[in-house]
Write a protein that binds this ligand. Sequence first.
Ligand SMILES: Nc1ncnc2c1ncn2[C@@H]1O[C@H](COP(=O)(O)OP(=O)(O)OP(=O)(O)O)[C@@H](O)[C@H]1O
Ligand SMILES: [Mg+2]
Length: 196
Amino acid sequence: MLGPNGAGKSSIYHSIIGLVKPTFGKIIIDGIDVTNIPTHQRCTKFGISWVPQYGGSWSDLTVYDNLVAIAELHIKSKEERLAKVNNLIRKFELQNVVNLKSKFLSGGQVRKLTLAMSMVKNTKILILDEPFAALDPQSVRMIQQIIVSLQMFEKISVSISDHSSRDLLSCVDNAMVLSEGKIVAKGTPPRSDKKY
Ligand SMILES: Nc1ncnc2c1ncn2[C@@H]1O[C@H](COP(=O)(O)OP(=O)(O)OP(=O)(O)O)[C@@H](O)[C@H]1O
Ligand SMILES: [Mg+2]
């Protein structure tokens, strides 16, 4: 989902997960009208994970404890839980900040932490609101590769938003351009734009 500031990208995601109730229209997932289903129920039922544009972690918990807190909700076995957390710390290169409280992280490090948190549970639909914001070029490539591998090998549907087509078009099958809450263009990016 591409669009300038205020186009409505976050509002659409908030409506999909149920943080905002649409004034008109319906939210339909897998053919089911979920407009009146509360957030926690629809996220559990349809396996939705959402990484918000801002925040998304507990600021007074360390990186490690943020991940463990989410893992405790979703993974019963302690062994599996800790293995998953350690794996995500390595995958997102968070080793150097693992004992730092989230409020002391840089913008890009928070992004990596919240992306890692979204991947603790088995997800079917992953919603990433501006995942590339605040990341350095190397981290953008890492996130692009993760997105493509989730789509290809784990069959997870990933929806991402961004302002600029540069980082987004290289890792998506379908793109739409929003303006003032409406779709003004949509289609499949040309093959040359897809690098992964
Ligand atoms: N609950 C709400 N009630 C009324 N208007 C809202 C509400 N939430 C957002 N808006 C307005 O809707 C418009 C779209 O906001 P939104 O945050 O979805 O844009 P965005 O595309 O995510 O922008 P950005 O790129 O800056 O993140 C803005 O004008 C905003 O003020
Ligand atoms: Mg937004």
